[in-house]
Design a protein around this ligand. Sequence first.
Ligand SMILES: *[C@@H]1O[C@H](CO)[C@@H](O)[C@H](O)[C@H]1NC(C)=O
Ligand SMILES: *[C@@H]1O[C@H](CO)[C@@H](O)[C@H](O)[C@H]1NC(C)=O
Length: 198
Amino acid sequence: MKYSASCLLHLLLLAELFVQSSSRPTNSPSLCAMFRPMVHQVERLRENSKLHELETDELQTFDGVEKRLDSLPVIQHDAGYFSSLKVNKTLSQLYANIQSYRLHVDWLKTAKANFSLSSQSVEGAITHLRHLSNLLNTALQQMSEEVPQTPSPSFPDVSTAFDVLRFSIEISDQLQVFCDWSKRVLRQLQRQSRCPRH
Ligand SMILES: *[C@@H]1O[C@H](CO)[C@@H](O)[C@H](O)[C@H]1NC(C)=O
Ligand SMILES: *[C@@H]1O[C@H](CO)[C@@H](O)[C@H](O)[C@H]1NC(C)=O
């Protein structure tokens, strides 16, 4: 008698556990497994986001130089945005933004080559943008989500080496902000999808 009562209790506890776990929002293990490499690539991209060889004091020369690349992605910073993220929509948007940065950085590389400037500083960014793009593409396909097409931006003319430098600085600055933002977005999606922390 004592034995079966405790057996029943175990069964009840198990049933309770089962109900609890199945009523929680489901997490997707395959998606969770992708967030971590994405965050890692964003961190590496952030480390490689300086697309020029200028030192801090040289950068001062460019203070107040008018910004001209309107085609760079515009990102939303308001708290409301972070509290209403949808995984599919957000990853699509992230993918589109990454594609846009890829086009800008490739363009910058050509511009540097045209003025015989070293393009070494852009290679790291190119690599990590490509990795991120592949990861996001795979995630979107797993969710049967359409992979967005990115129209080619219309770039301004580059007529002097000074132009190349100012565009390098402008893209670097925006890319840094974009990396910080992307990391925050990915962390929020991770939490929202109830992915295990480690
Ligand atoms: C995202 O997924 C939801 C639910 O599956 C769907 O209703 C919605 O249309 C999708 N959003 C986009 C932008 O594809
Ligand atoms: C690089 O030079 C080529 C040939 O002059 C030109 O067509 C192209 O637009 C230039 N690219 C950039 C990014 O300035």
